[in-house]
Design a protein around this ligand. Sequence first.
Ligand code: ATP
Ligand code: MG
Length: 442
Amino acid sequence: MSIPERVDLGAPPEVYRIARRLQSAGFDAWAVGGGVRDALAGNPPGDWDLTTSARPGDVRAIFRRTVPIGIEHGTIGVLGKDGKLYEVTTFRRDVETFGRKARVAFSDTLEEDLERRDFTINAVAWHPTTGEVRDPHGGAADLRDGVLRTVGDPEARFKEDRLRVLRALRFAGRFSLGIDPRTWAAMRASAAELGALSAERVREELYKVLALRQPSAALRLYRDSGVLASLYPELEACVGVDDPGGGGEVWSHLIEATDATARGDTPLRLAALVHDVGKGAAQPGDGFAEHAGVGAALAREMLRRLKASNADTDRVVHLVAQHADLPGERASDADFRRWLRRVGPSHYRDLFRLRIADCRARHADAQALLASYRTAHRVLSERPPLDIGDLAIGGAELRALGIPPGPRFGEILRQLLERVTEDPSLNTPERLAELAVEMKGE
Ligand code: ATP
Ligand code: MG
């Protein structure tokens, strides 16, 4: 008999304490899943989850502060002394598997619980108190050797739950894993079936990819596996399209621009991923002059399909629509103010960030853009009037000047805004009143 490997994975103190408490109550308890995988890979782990022979009722009796997160699946949240919630889930086995409606039953063995997990790297259990690693599927070795493979028969496992195809692409990209040939063949065969997944699950996976340090690795695999063609045809249409204006192939440019956008702002990264999607829809000979507007419409359609929030959709669509049209180095301050009015002062940073990422992805010099960015910042810091509400006079003053409410009234306010955009020093009650009287006579 081989001696089990014993390691300390350096989990947060609460993981050891929760495991000890379960064990002293007579139950088996292991850390498993993403936390163990990340620690073995030398990455800072995200969440630590525990799996136990204790039933949900036992877990609630043992710990004072619990939250019934998914009690029907056997998951209880235990609130740690560090203020974090640790998921403690009863050992499970699959009874009947069909997509996300898989029926599960509680089990008494860790081995059965590991059997139903998706990939070998996600099916390694670690015993916090003894340091024992229980790894019947060889996940630690796969992680070390850089291989992603399913637990059990890949075709059957992907048929049970097609979301696993997307998870596989994400883990392979995140940990630079090669995909085992049988697993890969089954993924490719599954690609065409992914349309049956719910929009929410597909979108959540995309957002998780966009939150990786380097999304391009997983996104390349989306393309190579056929998943891009199946779920994101508008992006697939950018594959092989050359941009004569620089940047090379549009698809490669999109994923490189995504990498070049700051991690942590997922909608901004999403905007980078789709910013040139309009180029994929252009017919040969069209040129790309209309690509921003076409791209904005395609982005809106894609985000509607993904059931993205209105806030994310509006932000991404707006950035795509406006990204091609930033004021250049020689633009006047008035040009900048007109531009700020058009794009909205709350979006100007995003637009520059997007364009700087775009520029870096082309390996071009961003100096001119940075200079424009500074100008925009300065112009805005002068607090110029950018909308009718910023004018030094309003409706009451116009009425006092004998201008009755009506279409002309609104027209005069708009003309006044044009004038102060050109020259903000005009924005005083006296000057605007004079101008309004002149306009009234016209
Ligand atoms: P991360 O949280 O970093 O995305 P993770 O591996 O922790 O990665 P979770 O979705 O938090 O992923 O799931 C926790 C564990 O549950 C996984 O490690 C895996 O063992 C199992 N699991 C999750 N989703 C599935 C699935 N669709 N099929 C089978 N097992 C799954
Ligand atoms: Mg997790």
